[in-house]
Write a protein of this length. Structure first.
Length: 318
């Protein structure tokens, strides 16, 4: 993969405009079960390419493998930006109901037997996103630790794929968490905040039929309202402009037009789709285009007083 500057050009510009105060980028990382499939959605890779969870019968690798590698490269090569990390909601050992149900692809060993992982995104259906790392001066190393392919649970955890795709619950809970982070940030009045949503498809949850156009429209409406609400996020009597970037991984995202609407409502013109890049080895390189597509982000937030579809073939469920 070539040098990533998804925000090296995009956000370093903002950092200078914001008087050397580091912008913060909150990544919502797709950990649904379909991230174990290859980019084209044709092969279940049965693993994510990390030691003990190798790809099996999947020469071009899993979406999760390339997404983690691309985001890691981005963070390592972007100076002056503080990253935070959410994943789709997952239960862990010891939490009520852990590993009670399962949906989507499974991790498997060489004999084809299931490898039980420490993360269950199925039992809780489409719950809120998990805030794994709050942004701060030392947060980037913590985010990278979730994507380094090494796990010594529970001391050293890793992003793993399991469960559904709760877009609305994730965007909503991320917005709530960012509101609290802003409230605790003494530099919030001068520091820009962004959401970067990485996902491989449209919403799929046990309480909704993704093949139902009415349900898809309901999800679209809610996502647009959430992204639009972040542009004027009210916190302690002030409003902040939190912009939302969207990157689609995998061939199925070409049909997820609601992701375009989220990006437009979030102030970034349209989502970027990495699905057509060969084996996704250049996955997040598509975001180089954001600079020319949207222009450099405005040096916001400026606090002000708060005023009194057609479904696609996709490995189901994910």
């Amino acid at each position: 993969m070539r040098h990533f500057s998804i925000l090296l050009v995009l956000l370093v510009t903002t950092a200078a405009m914001a008087q050397d105060i580091s912008p913060r980028v909150m990544v919502i990382f797709d950990t649904s079960g379909s991230m174990l499939w290859n980019p084209a959605g044709e092969v279940d890779c049965q693993g994510d390419g990390s030691p003990g969870h190798e790809h099996r019968g999947c020469p071009d690798g899993s979406r999760l493998f390339f997404a983690k590698a691309a985001l890691s490269n981005l963070i390592e090569n972007t100076d002056g930006v503080e990253f935070g990390l959410f994943r789709y909601g997952q239960l862990e050992p010891g939490e009520p109901g852990f590993n009670t149900n399962h949906a989507g692809a499974l991790y498997r060993d060489a004999a084809g037997d299931e490898i039980v992982i420490n993360y269950d995104g199925s039992t809780n259906g489409c719950g809120p996103a998990d805030l794994l790392v709050e942004p701060g001066p030392l947060s980037n190393d913590a985010v990278l630790g979730w994507m380094d392919g090494r796990e010594d649970y529970p001391a050293d955890k890793e992003l793993r794929a399991d469960g559904f795709t709760p877009l609305t619950a994730s965007m909503g809970s991320a917005g709530d968490s960012i509101g609290q982070i802003l409230a605790d940030d003494p530099l919030a009045e001068c520091r820009p905040y962004y959401i970067l949503l990485l996902t491989d498809g449209y919403q799929q949850c046990p309480d909704g039929d993704a093949n139902d156009p009415a349900y898809r429209e309901e999800v679209r409406t809610q996502l647009v309202e959430q992204a639009d609400g972040l542009r004027g996020l009210g916190v302690m009597g002030a409003q902040y402009d939190v912009r939302s970037f969207v990157v689609g991984f995998g061939s199925g995202t070409r049909f997820a037009t609601e992701l375009d609407d989220v990006a437009r409502a979030g102030g970034t013109a349209r989502r970027r789709r990495a699905a057509e890049l060969a084996a996704q080895r250049e996955a997040l390189d598509s975001l180089y285009e954001l600079k020319s597509t949207t222009g450099a982000p405005h040096p916001t937030p400026h606090p002000t007083p708060t005023p009194p579809p057609t479904p696609h073939p996709h490995p189901p469920p994910h």
